[in-house]
Design a protein around this ligand. Structure first.
Ligand code: ADP
Ligand code: F6P
Length: 293
């Protein structure tokens, strides 16, 4: 028999991503307008284990569509990875009258959804991660903002650098999406991503030397964090070419800031869709976008 859903719980989990707030807003507003109650679970799955659960209303999500981070906070919760933790979390849902969960996060958070579903709690996942590494979706909430931040930073870096090689490390965990698009957007000489093996001498050093002969004096090389460390590559380039090389690790700035239009729209549409799925009695799914321009 289908579970009757009266109250929806929403949480953000794993690495935060710009646009998570827009997704929370859409979930809360759509759910309330459709007659559901909504509870916000703070600090990811941790909130279920510690009872950090708040009632949400239409005004709880005012003025957040443009804000980075997540008003519900996010966390990585080790205890939840255990069967006992999952059973406690499911019991916390039942104790708090939460009939279904919307989980905004990455693949790790979705593994958690699967476990909650196995404990009898209906779940819908929204892909929220800058890495764009959710297989079923062409696009994840936060990815566009992260790439735009990386481009903005590298444009600034370019202004300060002459006769040098800048090796810039971007995030993405094991995926090269941020690196690849950022590399194209800043006109990098070389972009290294985990999906494509490379040969240092052939793909980096020889290319630098060849373009140097055409008069090029400043080199930008993008390295995805899943390939290795920018500093190691910069050291290697300097010792093999003699070109003064510097490493810049963009790090967590890529996860912050006001979401772009694209992230706000995607998050809003996905949040709306999550509630609509639950309304139709469809759950234990991930909302995805396919072949969007
Ligand atoms: P992301 O969701 O961004 O990929 P993580 O991989 O850190 O981030 O996962 C976020 C949280 O999801 C973890 O801290 C844990 O609470 C939960 N989680 C991750 N993997 C599992 C798993 N295999 N089983 C149950 N829960 C998991
Ligand atoms: O998944 C998002 C992400 O920012 C990855 O790009 C990165 O590898 C990781 O999280 C960093 O995690 P932490 O915030 O724990 O350092």
């Amino acid at each position: 028999m289908a579970t009757e859903i009266k109250t929806i719980g929403v949480l953000t989990s794993g690495g935060d991503a710009p646009g998570m707030n827009a997704a929370i807003r859409a979930v809360v507003r759509t759910a309330i307008m459709r007659g559901y109650s909504v509870k916000g679970i703070r600090h990811g799955y941790n909130g279920l284990l510690t009872g950090d659960i708040i009632d949400m209303n239409l005004r709880s999500v005012s003025e957040i569509i443009h804000r980075g981070g997540t008003i519900l906070y996010t966390a990585r919760c080790l205890e939840f990875k255990t069967l006992e933790g999952q059973q406690r979390a499911a019991q916390a849902c039942r104790d708090n009258g939460i009939d279904a969960l919307v989980v905004i996060g990455g693949d790790g958070s979705f593994r958690g959804c699967k476990d909650m579903a196995a404990q009898g709690i209906p779940c819908v996942g929204l892909p929220g991660t800058i890495d764009n590494d959710i297989a079923c979706s062409d696009y994840t909430i936060g990815y566009d903002t992260a790439m735009n931040t990386a481009v903005e930073m590298i444009d600034k870096l370019r202004d300060t650098t002459h006769d040098r090689c800048s090796v810039v490390e971007v995030m993405g965990r094991n995926a090269g999406y941020i690196a690849l698009n950022t590399g194209i957007a800043v006109g990098a000489l070389v972009t290294l991503i985990p999906e494509v093996p490379y040969d240092l001498e052939r793909d980096v050093i020889a290319k630098m030397k060849a373009t140097q002969k055409t008069g090029k004096q400043h080199f930008i090389i993008i390295i995805a964090e899943g390939v290795g460390h920018a500093q190691d590559l910069a050291n290697e380039i300097q010792s093999r070419t003699g070109i003064d090389s510097r490493a810049t690790v963009l790090g967590h700035v890529q996860r912050g800031g006001s979401p772009t239009l694209r992230d706000r729209v995607t998050a809003s549409r996905m949040g709306y869709h999550a509630v609509e799925l639950l309304r139709k009695g469809i759950y234990n799914r991930v909302v995805a976008t396919k072949a969007e321009s």
